[in-house]
Every structure is written in structure tokens, then in C-alpha cells.
Design a binder for this molecule. Structure first.
Ligand SMILES: *Cc1c(COP(=O)(O)O)cnc(C)c1O
Length: 354
């Protein structure tokens, strides 16, 4: 049971759940009945409040709109066969949002507000957690600056919210990615490691240009030379070259994904060679040409394990090994999903059960 003392609960008069087609869930367009909201003023967080999902009213001078002091998180809850609701590693997201907050000069969020608030919210809307394979309840915590003030300075007031959305798969087929060698997602010393709203705005134009060329998403490279592989869209990128699993090391330009960490942990347990090292585009293309590139995939909460089938670099498109042949991503990705959904034993204590 969740401690219910701290958080105020105002229930929705009528559930909207009967209006939702759970067999055709889009990503991120349907929201469950309730949301959580807390405000920060004069150095203190208010008591959290769970209330019916709905619009909020803000000042047009609200500083997050003008200067982007706005951060978010993303995680998922699954329903097991025995009807338990399992939230995957929520304390990792709590730690990470506070790292994002520190970088953006925002206050940290108390653990009870973030975790107990989330558990209580998800428990209240537990009927919204889909049961189908490939579906889950996406949980979106976020915080934004609310001072009605146009001066550029850290806001004194903030709002923290959690909304939840039942979702189906993010990508429905293997991806075609283009190695981006002009635009930059993140530079050393910047905010790439944070889930800062502005990072995603800055990535939209390069992604759109690629999509207009028929590509699904981008592979980001380092800001200085565009020579080293960083991430794939909003996923951490993994490659199997020979018998080694490569992924970029966690610098200030890499978002430290919970999926990345979980995947590496399970791969290490399975005795797979892992190198958290930068892979250059030269090495990547060479490994395609000499057939040592076995697997390329992205990992992230929304996309889970997203296979990459085609890769475009400097105008040339390469076809990658068949998805069925990819032993590491298929086995580890499958095990990870089985742990999340309660089908495999969670001996890491990763799931929070409601
Ligand atoms: C959220 C995100 C990821 C994946 O992180 P998870 O915790 O695994 O969901 C990777 N890269 C970027 C840029 C992200 O925003």
C-alpha cells in the first residue's frame, strides 16, 4: 500500500476510460483520468495534489515559455499476468530529474513527492495500464518555471506534474537512420545529458530534413568533428561489432538512459563483451563493409529495443543484417521486456509493484 497521508486526492466525477480503444493505442495522445500537481514557492514544495486530468492556466509571462527552464522524465508501468502493476526503476528517474534540475538551476524534487505521488497516481488509474503485449502506461513527470517575469534569471517558482498515457508501440517497424554530420544535438559542457525540453526542440529541424529524405530518424555525432557516434534520435545507440557490444560512454552529451543501464547490466550478466567507447563513423562503415557489424539498435523507454535496418552515411545507404539474426538485441531485449512485464524473475529488484 502507498502512504496516502501527504497527497490530496480529488477524484474525477466520471472516468473517460470507456471512450478509449485499447486495441489501437497511439503514442502519447490519450491521457488517463488523473494527474499530479505540486508547486514550489518561497523555497518549499506544496503538498502534492492528485486531481482530474485537465488544462492548467498559466501566465503569458511564465519564464519557462520564454527561456526554457523546463525538464521532464519518461518511464513505464506494465500489467503482469497476475494483474499487478509494475513500474520499472522509478527511483532512477527521480535521481535523473534532479540531475537535470541541478543543471537548469531548478529545485530538486523530494523523493516522496516524486515516487509516492507517482505510485498513488498510477494506483488510482491502474485500470488504465494496458494488458496487451507491447502496450504499457507511459508516465511523464515534468517540471517547469512559473515566475511571471521576463528577466533572464532562474525562476523562484515552479510546477511539478505527472501525467500518464496508455501507449502502444512507438516504432512499428525496423528503422532507417541517417548519420547526421551537419547539425548537433549536444556539445560537451552543454545540457545533452539532461532531459531539458529545449534539446528536443533543437533536434526537430534536422530530424525533419532527414524525414523529408525518407529516413526515420538521425544518428547524432559529436559536435566538434561529427566523427563519433553518440545517440539515435531520442535513444541510446548500441552496435554489435564482432562479438562486442559497443555504446557511447556517458559524457555530458549523452543522456544516461535507464534502458541503456538495464540492457548493459543484463548483457554483462550474460557474459557479453561490452565496450562503453566511442565508435567512429569510419569504424562503423568499415565494419559494415567487412561484415563484422552484426547489430545496430536503439534503446529507450518509449521505443524499448528499436532495430535499425538501414543506415545512410554521406549519401550512401547500407542494408544491415536481418533482424532475426541479431542474437544479442533479441535475447537481452526480450529478457528486459520479460522482466518489466513480470514474465521473467526480477532478481535485480527493478520493479515497483502496486
Ligand atoms: C530519454 C532519452 C533516452 C533514453 O532514456 P531511458 O531512460 O532509457 O528512457 C536516450 N536519449 C535521449 C536523448 C533521451 O531523451
Amino acid at each position: 500500500m502507498v502512504d496516502t497521508q501527504e497527497i490530496e486526492v480529488i477524484r474525477a466525477a466520471k472516468s473517460k476510460i470507456s471512450e478509449v480503444d485499447f486495441d489501437n493505442l497511439p503514442f502519447g495522445k490519450v491521457f488517463s483520468d488523473h494527474m499530479l500537481l505540486a508547486t514550489y514557492e518561497n523555497g518549499n514544495w506544496s503538498r502534492g495534489s492528485i486531481r482530474p486530468y485537465g488544462d492548467i492556466s498559466v501566465s503569458p509571462a511564465m519564464s519557462s515559455i520564454h527561456y526554457g527552464q523546463s525538464i521532464f522524465e519518461g518511464l513505464k508501468a506494465f500489467k503482469s499476468e497476475s494483474n499487478d502493476v509494475l513500474i520499472f526503476r522509478p527511483e532512477q528517474n527521480w535521481e535523473r530529474i534532479n540531475k537535470s534540475a541541478a543543471r537548469l538551476c531548478m529545485p530538486s524534487i523530494p523523493k516522496e513527492l516524486f515516487l509516492d505521488g507517482m505510485k498513488q497516481l498510477v494506483d488510482l488509474d491502474r485500470n488504465w495500464v494496458p494488458t496487451d503485449n507491447d502496450c504499457s502506461l507511459y508516465i511523464r513527470p515534468f517540471m517547469f518555471a512559473t515566475d511571471p517575469f521576463l528577466g533572464v534569471k532562474p525562476s523562484d517558482s515552479y510546477t511539478f506534474m505527472i501525467i500518464t498515457s496508455p501507449v502502444g508501440p512507438y516504432y512499428s517497424k525496423p528503422l532507417h537512420l541517417k548519420v547526421e554530420t551537419e547539425y548537433t544535438r549536444a556539445a560537451l559542457g552543454g545540457v545533452g545529458f539532461a532531459k531539458a525540453a529545449g534539446n528536443y526542440a533543437a533536434a526537430m529541424l534536422p530530424a525533419k530534413i532527414a524525414q523529408d529524405q525518407g529516413v526515420d530518424q538521425l544518428i547524432w555525432t559529436d559536435a566538434k568533428e561529427h566523427r563519433f557516434i553518440e545517440e539515435a534520435g531520442t535513444m541510446n545507440m548500441m552496435m554489435v561489432i564482432g562479438d562486442t557490444l559497443y555504446t557511447a560512454p556517458l559524457t555530458s552529451t549523452i543522456l544516461p538512459g535507464v534502458t541503456r543501464d538495464s540492457f548493459l547490466t543484463l548483457a554483462r550478466d550474460a557474459g557479453i563483451n561490452i565496450k562503453e567507447e566511442s565508435v567512429s563513423t569510419d569504424m562503423l562503415i568499415e565494419s559494415i563493409e567487412n561484415n563484422s557489424l552484426k547489430e545496430v539498435f536503439g534503446v529507450g523507454t518509449a521505443a524499448t529495443t528499436a532495430q535499425v535496418q538501414k543506415l545512410t552515411f554521406k549519401g550512401k545507404t547500407y542494408d544491415l543484417p536481418a533482424v532475426e539474426s541479431r542474437t544479442i538485441s533479441n535475447s537481452i531485449g526480450g529478457l528486459l521486456l520479460d522482466i518489466k512485464t513480470g514474465k521473467a524473475t526480477d532478481n535485480k529488484g527493478w520493479n515497483t509493484k502496486l
